[in-house]
Write a protein of this length. Structure first.
Length: 163
């Protein structure tokens, strides 16, 4: 498979994955662009792999967790509210609220939750991507879900009433 064809087919999926992982669209674009630039340099080797997309996705996770990116990152100062459109605003608002909740999690917990529930990976693959044991993955996800439940309970009075 040629690199251009791979990017045309998989970039939207990588962008969605990176957006959920980083909780910021602009940062996801930056992350995916950096990863695809590095993947292009090694594409001869990557394209011969059994699952090149899994390898590139791991590159995205590694780049997200990298300490170098944390030092180089710049956060914009102004909050820009997206324009609301007739249909789909409720879904967008719910998605944005979940992304804000995910942003409050520690990086490894967020990565584990995104890999499990967004990418649909089993514990063994998540452990391989994060470089830890499966039990660590399960405990990270357990703690993340507990924190998300607490956050949801504090921010939503209707959630407290239904419990």
């Amino acid at each position: 498979m040629e690199f251009g064809a791979y990017v045309a087919r998989q970039r939207p999926a990588l962008m969605r994955f990176a957006t959920v992982l980083t909780c910021q669209t602009w940062l996801a674009e930056d992350l995916v662009s950096d990863v695809l630039c590095r993947a292009y340099e090694r594409w001869d080797r990557i394209s011969r792999m059994d699952q090149p997309h899994a390898y590139v996705r791991r590159m995205v996770v590694n780049e997200y967790l990298s300490w170098r990116r944390r030092l180089a990152r710049v956060t914009p100062r102004a909050e820009v509210e997206p324009a609301g459109y007739g249909d789909g605003t409720d879904e967008r608002a719910e998605r944005d609220a979940m992304i804000r909740r995910l942003a409050g999690l520690p990086r490894r917990q967020r990565a584990a939750v995104v890999l499990r529930y967004y990418a649909g990976l089993p514990d063994s693959e998540i452990a391989a991507l994060l470089g830890c044991r499966e039990t660590t993955v399960r405990s990270q996800i357990f703690r993340a879900l507990a924190a998300l439940r607490i956050d949801l309970a504090e921010s939503s009075p209707t959630y407290q009433e239904t419990r």
